[in-house]
Write a protein that binds this ligand. Structure first.
Ligand code: 2AM
Ligand code: CA
Ligand code: CA
Ligand code: CA
Length: 267
């Protein structure tokens, strides 16, 4: 039976937009949200807004495509043997969201046979919907996305990020090498947005010492359609546990991969 990718693409865009508008209403009343720290008093926070939006998105997806698999940051994984697996983050950038910083979004991605095939990343504060997929191109609102043509790290900014736990030992050595090469870094707290910015040519690339699949599957679908390169992020247990992550325009990818060294694709 042929897969209906275009209905799924439409649904991803519509749900990302709708969830982002709901998120915006919650954001404006964020002082009333209950907040918890995952794993003790960590920087890893979650609020009632994250849970509410994930429940909403998951219910809508499963209503229309009950056979599809699902992975979400807040409610876990199901039916991973399906050909189509939705990979979503209801709020990517929760720390920003809760501190009143505008860098957060809703991220809805779809894997088809294990490959990122559709992505919708909605940023309601800037009125931007990044969307695209295999055979559909990649867009921000109605504008086509294209990665940077830069050949040199000095030509722009590189997104970076790290988690408070695994992988953080690789972060400072990398920053040192980046600065030595004349590069400069940006961290905005949302992996989905930073990946979309690479696809849009706003960032030259983006390195994260350990990212989760729900942060990046949507963005990876956009990147594939906008000429970007990425590492083999989904290898091993990447879908459920995460891996080191690098996306970049072709002109700087190798240079950054070399700075990171073997930890990028080590198991
Ligand atoms: P989140 O907001 O959905 O948890 C990469 O930086 C990813 O790590 C982000 O996409 C973000 O996803 C998460 N993140 C950002 N800042 C964080 C922080 N202070 N603590 C834990 N996770 C964070
Ligand atoms: Ca989180
Ligand atoms: Ca996230
Ligand atoms: Ca999240």
């Amino acid at each position: 039976q042929p897969l209906d990718l275009s209905s799924r693409y439409q649904l991803a865009c519509q749900l990302a937009r709708e969830a982002a508008q709901r998120g915006l209403r919650l954001y404006r009343q964020r002082d009333q949200l209950a907040v918890e720290h995952k794993g003790g008093f960590s920087q890893d926070v979650v609020s009632a807004a994250d849970r509410e939006l994930e429940v909403f998105i998951k219910a809508e997806l499963m209503k229309l495509f009950p056979e599809d698999g699902f992975v979400g940051e807040e409610t876990g994984a199901q039916r991973l043997d399906a050909r189509c697996i939705w990979v979503i983050d209801p709020i990517d950038g929760t720390a920003c969201f809760l501190h009143g910083l505008h860098n957060w979004c809703v991220s809805i991605g779809l894997l088809v046979d294990g490959v990122p095939a559709i992505g919708a990343v909605a940023d309601p504060n800037h009125d931007e919907l990044f969307h695209g997929g295999r055979g559909f191109g990649a867009w921000v609102n109605e504008q086509p996305l294209r990665v940077s043509e830069a050949q040199d790290l000095r030509a722009g900014l590189l997104g970076v990020g790290t988690f408070y736990a695994e992988g953080k030992q690789h972060f400072m050595p990398f920053l040192g090498k980046l600065l030595d090469a004349g590069g400069m870094f940006l961290r905005n707290g949302s992996g989905a947005l930073m990946t979309a910015y690479v696809a849009a040519g706003r960032l030259l690339g983006y390195y994260e010492t350990c990212l989760k699949s729900w942060d990046c599957v949507a963005g990876l679908a956009l990147l594939a359609e906008s000429g970007g390169r990425c590492n083999n992020f989904l290898r091993g247990e990447g879908l459920l546990k995460g891996n080191p992550y690098l996306v970049a325009c072709p002109g700087v990818y190798e240079q950054v991969a070399e700075m990171i060294g073997p930890s990028l694709d080590a198991d």
